[in-house]
Design a protein around this ligand. Structure first.
Ligand code: ADP
Ligand code: MG
Length: 152
């Protein structure tokens, strides 16, 4: 699979990537968001949710592990596994049901769930680059490839 690299020179560019993902991703997909604290994972997820039509707040799920959204006929689950002590905890929060449903699952800090998470359709890694950010995107499935190709 080839890796796409995008330069995100400011926060607005991260938000535009979120909007592009909202257009490109299918109803059902698993997306990993990699990057250090402050890299822009939540900013990206928030912009994606807004672009799908969510009008309320988008809280960082740092303490709740997961925040659910219903936007029209779409279901989105936004995870942040930073505080996960043990990947086995994912069993207790009912991860299977989230992943098996017809939903878009966005997962910040997927590394914390290693061994419990299936392969993602799409992975996005954000890192600081000067005053901005650099995003690397790669797909592990056909629907992930389709989404990456559709991002403008
Ligand atoms: P994370 O969820 O990865 O910990 P957040 O999205 O909570 O990170 O915070 C990212 C911070 O970086 C925010 O202050 C946001 O305004 C800023 N930011 C996001 N994208 C960019 C960018 N492309 N260039 C500069 N700053 C950005
Ligand atoms: Mg975050």
């Amino acid at each position: 699979t080839h890796v796409r690299t995008l330069e995100l020179s400011d926060e607005a560019a991260t938000q535009r990537l979120g909007s592009a993902l909202a257009r490109a991703l299918p109803h059902s997909a698993l997306v990993f968001l990699h990057g250090d604290l402050g890299a822009g994972k939540t900013t990206l997820a928030r912009a994606l949710l807004r672009a799908l039509g969510h009008e309320g707040a988008v809280k960082s799920p740092t303490y709740t592990l997961v925040e659910p959204y219903e936007i029209g006929d779409r279901r989105v689950f936004h995870f942040d596994l930073y505080r996960l002590a043990d990947p086995e905890e994912l069993e207790a929060i009912g991860l299977r049901d989230y992943l098996d449903g017809d939903a878009l699952c966005l997962i910040e800090w997927p590394e914390r769930g290693t061994g419990m998470l299936p392969s993602a359709d799409l992975e996005i890694a954000l890192r600081a680059a000067g005053a901005g950010r650099r995003a690397r995107l790669w797909a592990n499935s056909e629907r992930g490839e389709t989404a990456v190709a559709a991002i403008d």
